[in-house]
Design a protein. Structure first.
Length: 288
């Protein structure tokens, strides 16, 4: 298109010169200058428009990835699985999400649907204690890689991950009879991650957990706040008695912050002896 316009401008200029140069050289020169200027300006506009469109297209198709949970700086005990909830999008369709700990690929998930949006949960166990740098990327159908998302998880001693219940020493991490409790997140019953809420509004978040451990959850089992934004919630809530392999819905009341932004509240199951166990669960809301 640019070459065609340039050739057309030059032909007009040359033809005008042949027709008018013998009689009106001054007017000819002024006309040539004006037309040449207009042609150059038109070409520059086309080039700039093409460049802008190319830039826009590049931005449109480049995949974008976001880590919904855990939050940056989350703490884990050695051997505790890290469950990461990740979402990605691209106009070329998301094909794969990858999670690296440093330079080592520790988890990945293919998108069998090759859909424009893709959300998944990937899980891995950190190999060592200390601060672990996590790198998350998404890859789309055109082979393009998203900008990386970085976060750090802190892997410490098992004793530092447990918060003793009131009136207990927290010295024991096992229940009588070598019972080993465990809990797995199953479902956000209310308020899915990234729900937009009104500042100062009252909320009730309900999670569904499954008892996958060797213990029945009898009296004394609680869901307890461990980090993030408390949002006027209680320190902990009692959990209904739950048999092994059964699921239970647990609700916590919150009040949304009065300021704008994204807010995460992190909770975990606690046994009667004060030891924490099972998946960390989150409420993630956005206040406009």
């Amino acid at each position: 298109m640019q070459s065609h316009l340039l050739n057309h401008a030059y032909k007009r200029i040359l033809q005008d010169g042949l027709n008018r140069q013998p009689t009106l050289p001054t007017h000819y020169n002024e006309t040539v200058l004006r037309r040449l200027t207009r042609a150059i300006c038109a070409i520059m506009v086309l080039l700039l428009t093409t460049a802008c469109n190319t830039s826009t297209n590049t931005l449109r198709v480049k995949p974008v990835v976001d880590v919904i949970s855990p939050p940056d700086g989350a703490q884990y005990a050695p051997g505790e699985p890290v469950s990461m909830r990740i979402a990605a999008t691209s106009s070329n369709a998301i094909t794969r999400i990858e999670v690296h700990a440093g330079s080592i690929l520790v988890a990945s998930q293919d998108n069998p649907a090759k859909s424009v949006t893709f959300s998944t949960v990937v899980q891995f166990v950190p190999a060592q204690a200390g601060d672990v740098a996590i790198v998350v990327t998404a890859i789309d159908g055109a082979g393009q890689q998203s900008d990386t998302v970085f976060l750090t998880i802190k892997v410490g001693s098992a004793s530092t991950s447990a918060t003793p219940a009131a009136g207990t020493t927290g010295a024991s991490t096992a229940q009588p009879g070598d019972c080993k409790p465990n809990a797995v997140f199953e479902l956000d019953v209310t308020i899915p991650d990234n729900t937009v809420v009104t500042a100062g509004s009252k909320l009730v978040k309900t999670w569904r957990l499954r008892n996958t451990g060797l213990c029945t959850w009898d009296t004394g089992y609680e869901l307890t706040f461990i980090e993030g934004e408390k949002m006027s919630a209680p320190d902990s809530v009692a959990v209904s008695p739950t048999a092994r392999d059964a699921a239970v819905d647990i609700s916590v009341p919150f009040v949304a912050p009065g300021s704008t932004g994204a807010f995460t509240s992190t909770w975990r199951m606690r046994a009667p002896d004060g030891s924490l166990f099972g998946n960390r669960i989150y409420m993630l809301i956005r206040v406009p």
